[in-house]
Design a protein around this ligand. Structure first.
Ligand code: NAI
Ligand code: MG
Length: 354
């Protein structure tokens, strides 16, 4: 087995944590008998922008469109390129052009990561947030009339298509079938948003009926955010529209203290284009260049990528190595109160991958 992987470190600490991500990948590959063909790229970075006046080459799609997966660091350097340009001309192009319609984030208590919720221990909280990533509330349908006058009107429509809703719901239900508890929770607001959200609820019922082995329930988004904080142990797979999913996918990792080490996947489940895996954090200009960034988000992203590629055992071995490393003060980086730097933490994880 051989996987071609586009490696895009991007900016700031992306360039520091990426080598630790690929170190873990290579260790997992050699321990589990497959090969990774790593193709490094310097585009989708503000350095590239400084040289070329754009974030990516015109033929970027030809360069990375055929790989098995994209491994991404972080993009953004606000001192030189405004964030809306750096993000829109890179990451958001990938999501859109590669139809990565699922954004997937784990919410899991990890050893060595201080949990802001009292009385919980590793194992207590373990679920996934599945966010619709292409339509919904983040549409460009709308208008702005009479700007700057008393008659000013702004309108932005939510766009839900049956195709778009059904495919993300199927992904969530499929994911639940692979889990022990086999339960899907849907985020809704059909008591207030009276057209699109009742439609969403109906499609949850319809798709849910295709999965007799999976139970499902729904919460309105307001009380659901409260439940994330009060009773996170009750969730298994949580599926949400673009806006609700955006909020939940930050709230979930925040509840487990892992926002600095959490990974995410931008996934095209149909396999028509490559999926992209990246840490949740950004380029962290405030600590970039010091060699102290926590590489766990990047390494955990490698585990998610291998799971996606069908290498479940290799992914699990990376997760075990991360947990063992985080459990020790010498393995953890300074942001988690440990003594390690980026490289020593990455090496510790890699040495435990078996
Ligand atoms: P950030 O995530 O880069 O940093 C937020 C805070 O967390 C900083 O204090 C930083 O030092 C700390 N932090 C982040 N990752 C860390 C790590 N691995 N180890 C230790 N500490 C860590 O978010 P910020 O500052 O809002 O954005 C900085 C740049 O990153 C901006 O240009 C922004 O647009 C971009 N960004 C890019 C993302 C992406 O590529 N997906 C996601 C979020 C932000
Ligand atoms: Mg967000």
């Amino acid at each position: 087995r051989r996987y071609s992987i586009a490696v895009i470190p991007g900016d700031g600490i992306g360039k520091e944590v990426m080598p630790e991500g690929t170190r873990a990948l290579e260790a997992a590959a050699s321990a589990h008998g497959f090969e990774v063909d790593l193709q490094w790229h310097d585009f989708a970075s503000c350095d590239y922008y400084a040289k070329h006046g754009q974030m990516m080459p015109d033929d970027w799609k030809d360069r990375i469109g055929k790989v098995d997966a994209i491994f991404f660091g972080a993009v953004g350097w606000p001192d030189t390129v405004p964030d809306h340009i750096s993000l829109w001309q890179s990451l958001l192009q990938f999501r859109r052009e590669f139809d990565q319609y699922v954004n997937l984030r784990p919410v899991r208590l990890m050893p060595g990561v201080p949990c802001p919720l009292a009385g919980r221990k590793p194992g207590d909280i373990d679920f996934w947030v599945v966010r619709e990533n292409t339509e919904g509330e983040y549409s460009s349908v709308g208008g702005h009339m009479f700007p700057g006058t008393e008659r000013e009107i702004v309108i932005q429509e939510t766009v839900m298509t049956r195709h778009g809703v059904d495919r993300v719901l199927r992904y969530a239900f499929d994911l639940a079938t692979k889990r022990e508890r086999k339960h899907v929770t849907s985020a809704t607001k059909s008591n207030g948003i009276a057209i699109t959200m009742p439609f969403w609820d109906k499609r949850v019922e319809a798709i849910g009926a295709e999965y007799p082995g999976v139970t499902h329930d729904k919460y309105h988004i307001d009380i659901l955010t409260a439940q994330f904080v009060m009773n996170p142990q009750r969730f298994d797979v949580v599926v949400a529209s673009n806006l609700f999913g955006d909020i939940l996918s930050d709230l979930g990792p925040a509840c487990t203290g892992t926002i600095g080490v959490a990974p995410s996947g931008n996934i095209n489940p149909d396999g028509t284009h490559p999926s992209l895996f990246e840490p949740v954090h950004g380029s962290a200009p405030d600590i970039a260049g010091k060699g102290i960034a926590n590489p766990v988000g990047q390494i955990w992203s490698a585990a998610m990528m291998l799971e996606h590629l069908g290498e479940a055992e290799a992914a699990a071995s990376i997760m075990r190595a991360i947990e063992e490393t985080l459990a020790t003060e010498t393995g953890r980086t300074g942001d988690l109160g440990g003594k390690a730097d980026t490289v020593s933490c990455g090496k510790a994880v890699a040495s435990l991958i078996g």
